[in-house]
Design a protein around this ligand. Structure first.
Ligand code: ATP
Length: 432
């Protein structure tokens, strides 16, 4: 019996007859030979049908196959230097599983709205497949980093009673008991509780923001990894972030060379990220750099995309911007003892114009100071549990949130984060 094989492991079957199960991506043929570009989900391979070596019906069948017809192809695996994967298949038989007519996404150019309307089909194309493969490997790499460094995964709730950071940007729903409930926009506060139980923890899950942003860096549903670490202060927090980013990039360079090639990603900037130390500048220094470069940017505002691009171009590496003015950052961030007007937190900006991928800080652990913050923010009782974390065995602790899609967009070198997730949820799009 002919063995089933998958393209990703085709090299184990050289000179053997195998059957591949998949779809016809595209084809070209002359009078004597047909080249089928075949995909099986694990990769793409060229299948060659030579007229004089096969029955006439088989050659005619191959020549007449339409794009995205599902087929089983039997053939002999050959080494082929000129192929991107190093192998091709000499076809001996084809079985049509389902014939496709008028597949909407043809090899010609399509507009992005058309492609997004057909996102359920668009993901079959080589670039989209490569991005989704890299996404899976980014997740694997990040998990491996946490597992090797003593972190435990904890899953905070997605339905929450309210948000300490305000509910204006939250998706609201009615809970089973009639109370208002909101989809989580960050698991951080709960992860602080987990860190006091397990020391070093991370969450990995979907995050929802009802903001009406139309940028290439914002979606309304995205995935975030949120580590939280007991007895870790600001400096060590940055060291862990840098180690995570380096580990993840190295993991992708090692495990996804084919996908990076499909995306035509220049890997030199990524190799530099792995090799070199990330610069750390203060927010005040960043403002000075922007002003020196001609931006009319006042101290005390958040950066927009052009400012982040300017800063990362200046360093050409991921750069930490630390010690932000306390009044534009979250209430729980630890003030710098040397200057309480700024906080011990940082954003990590990715190079090549990608901008912020991580936001993190040391958290206030002093009970009295947190109580003061609660009063300033007018919190009601629903966050008493968070205050209790400062009452019972409080310790210095820090954490951060890294956005999965922004990290992937940077690694893949693509323009918009909507291509980094199977079905994007953006301002004007809830379809498919
Ligand atoms: P921004 O200022 O860019 O809107 P933020 O300051 O609201 O981001 P955080 O709340 O610190 O971001 O979230 C942590 C990380 O989550 C960000 O660094 C980013 O990587 C990611 N992130 C935040 N908002 C979005 C979004 N709407 N879509 C995709 N990723 C996001």
């Amino acid at each position: 019996m002919t063995v089933k094989a998958r393209i990703e492991r085709i090299g184990e079957f050289v000179d053997q007859e195998v059957v591949l199960e998949g779809w016809l991506w595209n084809k070209r043929s002359s009078g004597k030979i047909a080249f089928l570009n075949f995909r099986d989900g694990s990769g793409f391979i060229q299948c060659v049908v030579v007229k004089q070596d096969v029955p006439e019906e088989l050659f005619d069948l191959a020549k007449g196959l339409s794009q995205e017809s599902s087929i089983r192809v039997t053939g002999i695996v050959r080494k082929e230097e000129r192929s991107q994967i190093g192998y091709e298949l000499t076809v001996t038989n084809i079985e049509v599983v389902s014939r496709t007519e008028d597949y909407p996404i043809t090899p010609k150019e399509h507009g992005v709205d058309f492609l997004l309307d057909h996102r359920h089909l668009w993901i079959r194309s080589p670039r989209q497949r490569a991005i989704l493969k890299i996404r899976a490997e980014v997740i694997k790499g990040m998990r491996a980093f946490f597992d090797e460094n003593g972190f435990t995964q904890v899953d905070p709730p997605i339905l929450t009673p309210s948000s300490a950071e305000g509910t204006t940007n939250m998706f609201e729903t009615e809970y089973v008991n009639g109370e208002n409930a909101y989809l989580s926009q960050s698991g951080q506060l709960y992860m602080e509780a987990a860190a006091m139980a397990l020391g070093r923890v991370y969450s990995f899950g979907p995050t929802f923001r009802a903001e009406k942003s139309k940028t290439r860096k914002h979606m309304n549903e995205f995935w975030m990894i949120e580590p939280e670490m007991a007895y870790v202060e600001h400096k060590e927090n940055l060291q862990i972030q840098e180690a995570l980013v380096k580990y993840t990039i190295k993991h992708i360079l090692d495990h996804c060379p084919t996908e990076l090639k499909v995306l035509e990603r220049d890997t030199a900037p990524l190799e530099r990220v792995v090799a070199e130390k990330f610069p750390i500048i203060t927010y005040a220094e960043a403002v000075k750099i922007l002003q020196e470069k001609g931006h009319d940017f006042p101290y005390g505002e958040d950066f927009g995309a052009p400012h982040e691009t300017e800063l990362t171009n200046h360093f050409d590496l991921p750069v930490f911007v630390e010690k932000w003015p306390a009044n534009i950052k979250a209430f729980y961030m630890q003030p710098d003892p040397e200057n309480p007007d700024v906080i011990l937190g940082a954003d990590l900006l990715a190079p090549e114009g990608y901008g912020e991928i991580v936001g993190g800080s040391e958290r206030i652990h002093d009970y009295e100071l947190m109580k003061e913050r609660f009063a300033q923010e007018n919190f009601d009782d629903s966050y008493n549990w968070y205050l209790e974390l400062r009452q019972y065995g409080s310790v210095p602790h820090s954490g951060f949130g890294i956005g999965l899609e922004r990290t992937i967009a940077w690694i893949c070198g693509i323009d918009h984060i909507r291509e980094t997730i199977m079905i994007p949820r953006t301002l004007y799009r809830l379809y498919p």
